[in-house]
Design a protein around this ligand. Structure first.
Ligand code: M6R
Length: 575
């Protein structure tokens, strides 16, 4: 949440390049944005407009997801200290900001925003009154409590100072330029060489390169690593939306993942299989869409006789008992979700082992894990996760196959393409669903996680109230909400007669029924889409992709800001 960027160059560059790079991180938050280039302070509300005429050799920029203080220009970053000597951008939460603020107010500092972040600029200015920046930064490290990735500029120095604790920060080494950012997508088209900051590390980045230090100011060595970040070719955006573009990329992304699971990722994949086989208890930890993928994964593995548990990461420590015989598998698109990181810390503290399944290479969660696999979905820009979900589910299905789940994974890309040819029918369904304020999505067994995921996609992109639930649970309460015309989307796996009964029960009470099925006869109806697969493992994945398209078309029918839904951010780096 919040994206930060800093660029230092040997030769002057247009300041608007900072905004251009920041725009690539806009999915991290889009309440307000700003930049400081040593001369100009720009702060604006809303989506980033790449503008401005100045030039600089060093500048910092920020895109905000508001936590402390409302959405306003004065709460937008960068924040300047009283005398303008220090400018900072910050991602994270300073937990002791009120205490620090009180101390600084007593010393005569005046604050202009309601944010926790502004305290950093004043604290640094205060430190600089008595000591050089090299000593003021360790003091800042010592006194700040909470999570932070901070970039600071100090008047008279042609460097950017970077500090990191728990919030993501990475340095990209490009030709003639060094870029500091919240994630590699800010510069992945400039360079594939990056240095990943660990906790309590800092750097001074100048025109001739970067120097790294620990939190006490002692120099450390941090070599650059090469990263691989798959780009899909094809139209940059489809119908103006990344969401549709990314859904349509799914066949290519699945193909790439399957190829790598049989190739360069095979040793890691085999190690994960061995680890799961040897470990007494396996628990997945994840949030949101990734959690729904793990529910599906847990179902697949249960079918092979392998019992695994899955927990939403924010509740992990309240429900998981971890010991030395526990393997925790973190599943995360961004690899930066704070609740997942927290669950892993808890697992580690209790002696558990940690593996990870991530999309963003070298992300924090990957670096915390002794073993990791990459889903290779490539950059996902739309805040609503689509192709990452599909690749997570495919990877988990591949894992289940290694334990005996019968499935031919190789046909998934073609099955997805066949589904996409039915877009018009899915769109017609979506347009009708979009007329309602509520929709219920029901599933059973493997379609239960898909029902939950479809509901989440509909909620976040169209703002329609959507509940994804177990068909069997309906008559324990929710059926009271069914009225004449209430849309119910039923996910009917051919082998499951019970979900057909649940569908009949709501139909009898006036619900308008929509169906996604692989049942040979049910799919003919005007309100039904037939998904061509006899394999229920694959049916789960195809139904989820169909649900994504329904969510997309419902949001489009309602004219919603599909790629950047209100109040959301793609990478949730606060708890
Ligand atoms: O990066 P992660 O997979 O850890 O993110 C988890 C959730 O924040 C994420 O899936 C979220 O629910 C998406 N907006 C869903 O589309």
């Amino acid at each position: 949440m919040c994206g930060i960027v800093g660029i230092v160059s040997k030769t002057p560059y247009p300041s608007r390049v900072l905004l251009d790079r920041l725009k690539r991180l806009e999915y991290r938050g889009y309440d307000s944005y700003g930049l400081y280039d040593g001369r100009t302070l720009l702060r604006r509300i809303g989506g980033i407009r790449v503008e401005g005429g100045g030039r600089t050799t060093a500048g910092i920029a920020h895109t905000r997801w508001a936590t402390h203080g409302g959405v306003s220009e004065r709460n937008a970053h960068p924040h300047l200290s009283c005398d303008g000597r220090v400018a900072v951008v910050h991602n994270g939460i300073i937990e002791n900001y009120e205490e620090l603020r009180r101390g600084l107010l007593r010393k005569g500092h005046r604050f202009t925003s309601e944010t926790d972040s502004e305290v950093i600029a004043h604290h640094l200015e205060d430190g600089l009154r008595r000591r050089p920046v090299e000593a003021a930064l360790p003091r800042l490290f010592r006194e700040l409590k909470g999570t932070f990735a901070v970039l600071a500029m100090v008047r008279g120095r042609d460097e950017i100072f970077a500090l990191k604790r728990d919030s993501p920060l990475v340095l990209g080494a490009a030709e003639g330029r060094t870029i500091l950012a919240s994630d590699i997508y800010a510069f992945s088209d400039w360079t594939d060489r990056a240095v990943f900051f660990e906790n309590d590390e800092m750097a001074a980045v100048g025109p001739s390169g970067a120097r790294f230090f620990d939190a006490t100011g002692r120099p450390i060595r941090k070599p650059a690593r090469t990263f691989r970040w798959e780009q899909d070719r094809g139209p940059r955006r489809t119908a103006g939306h990344y969401m549709l573009k990314e859904i349509l990329e799914e066949p290519a992304a699945v193909g790439r993942l399957l190829f790598s699971l049989g190739g360069d990722q095979k040793p890691a994949f085999d190690r994960l299989v061995r680890l799961i086989r040897r470990t007494r208890k396996v628990i997945f930890a994840s949030c949101g869409t990734s959690y729904h993928a793990t529910l599906l994964g847990a179902y697949y593995l249960h079918r092979t006789g392998r019992e695994v548990q899955t927990l939403i990461a924010s509740e992990f420590r309240h429900f998981a008992k971890v010991d030395a015989e526990t393997l925790v598998v973190a599943v995360s698109q961004s690899g930066e979700t704070m609740d997942v990181i927290d669950a892993l810390k808890y697992a580690r503290a209790n002696g558990g082992r940690i593996a990870a399944i991530v999309n963003v290479p070298h992300s924090t969660i990957q670096r915390m894990s002794e073993l990791s696999l990459n889903i290779l979905a490539g950059p996902e820009v739309c805040v609503a996760s689509t192709k990452a979900f599909v690749n997570q589910a495919v990877l988990l299905l591949a894992l289940a196959r290694a334990f005996g789940f019968p499935v031919r994974l190789e046909t998934i890309p073609d099955r997805l393409r066949a589904l996409f040819r039915q877009r018009a029918r899915l769109r017609a369904m979506a347009v009708r669903i979009a007329r309602s304020r509520d929709v219920y999505i029901i599933g059973r067994g493997l379609t239960y996680p898909v029902a939950r995921e479809t509901a989440l996609k509909i909620k976040e992109t169209s703002y329609i109230h959507a509940e994804g639930m177990m068909g069997g649970e309906l008559k324990h309460g929710t059926i009271a909400l069914i009225e004449k015309g209430t849309p119910v989307l039923s996910l009917i796996n051919a082998g499951d007669p019970d979900i057909i009964s649940n569908t009949k029960e709501v139909e009898a009470r006036g619900a308008e029924i929509f169906v996604l099925t692989n049942h040979p006869t049910l799919g003919g109806d005007r309100n039904a889409v037939h998904l061509k697969t006899a394999n229920d493992g694959k049916f789960g994945i195809l139904a989820a992709a169909a649900g994504q398209l329904i969510a997309y078309y419902a949001a489009a029918a309602l004219g919603r800001p599909i790629d950047k839904p209100r109040n959301l951010a793609k990478s949730v780096t606060v708890k």
